[in-house]
Design a protein around this ligand. Structure first.
Ligand code: UDP
Length: 238
């Protein structure tokens, strides 16, 4: 294991929106690009677990607003994350990476069930573990699942990939004078209502002192810079 790296084991959270060009559906080229960024850090010897969202296909809360039962809508959302995870796995394996998908809802013909000790073993053996179906429970998000798995798997950091290069005090897409934070405390992120992650996810990170780095995955080399300990994105810590 390379000792010049700041992080040896990470959990990468990919939102479903990151996989589609307009935030919807799956764009093969985008998925390939993400896979090659992951390969870059994997080849440095980093142990990588990935939690993939499903918002590019389905969001439980939005679907519930149309009249579908919320828990049912959330299960559909969890299934969407499985689709994204399998597509991500395929792209990584095309790049000769060894991967495993583990699902929080059992579906043995498709993937392994999530078994913490087995996931750790895969990581130790250099396999990228893609964790699908969120936490397996409705009324949660994949951000919360990412925080939970990161803590369970003893990841040193949760890397939250977004479309912008960190956390801002306003939407930088709409407000040109929005200010970016280099660093934030969990409490600031929680009380200011900043769009880092939902409060359940943030609280879990805070209670377990798990640092979060929010960064732009579409910026080539950003992931590697973070792994090497360079300043990149916004660090959320105590
Ligand atoms: N979901 C859930 N429990 C979980 C994770 C996800 O019910 O533990 C459902 C929820 O309906 C959510 C959808 O799956 O809206 C897709 O996940 P999310 O919105 O977190 O995806 P992202 O925004 O990261 O693409």
């Amino acid at each position: 294991m390379a000792s010049d790296l700041k992080y040896q084991r990470i959990l990468l959270k990919l939102s479903g929106e990151a996989l589609g060009p307009k935030g919807f559906g799956i764009d093969a080229e985008t998925v390939r690009r993400i896979a090659s960024e992951v390969k870059r850090i994997h080849s440095l010897g980093v142990e990588i677990a990935i939690v993939v969202g499903g918002g590019n296909m389905w969001r439980g809360a939005d679907a519930a607003a149309t009249g579908i039962d919320r828990a049912t809508a959330d299960y559909v959302g969890m299934l969407a994350t499985v689709m994204n995870s399998l597509v991500m796995q395929d792209a990584m394996e095309k790049l000769d990476m060894v991967t495993r998908v583990q699902t929080a809802i059992e579906m043995p013909p498709v993937a392994e069930p999530f078994i913490r000790r087995r996931a750790v073993r895969h990581l130790e053996r250099g396999r990228v573990v893609i964790l699908a179906a969120g936490s397996g429970n409705p009324f949660f998000t994949t951000d919360t699942a990412a925080a939970l798995r990161a803590v369970e798997l003893n990841a040193q950091v949760l890397l939250k990939a977004t479309k912008v290069d960190g956390v801002y005090d306003d939407d930088p897409m709409r407000n040109r004078s929005a200010r970016k934070f280099d660093e934030l405390s969990y409490m600031q992120a929680l009380t200011m209502g900043l769009k880092v992650m939902d409060s359940t996810a943030l609280s879990l990170c805070k209670d377990n002192r798990l640092p979060i780095i929010v960064f732009n995955l579409h910026q080539p080399g950003a992931l590697e810079a973070i792994i090497r300990g360079e300043k990149c994105g916004t660090l959320v810590t105590s």
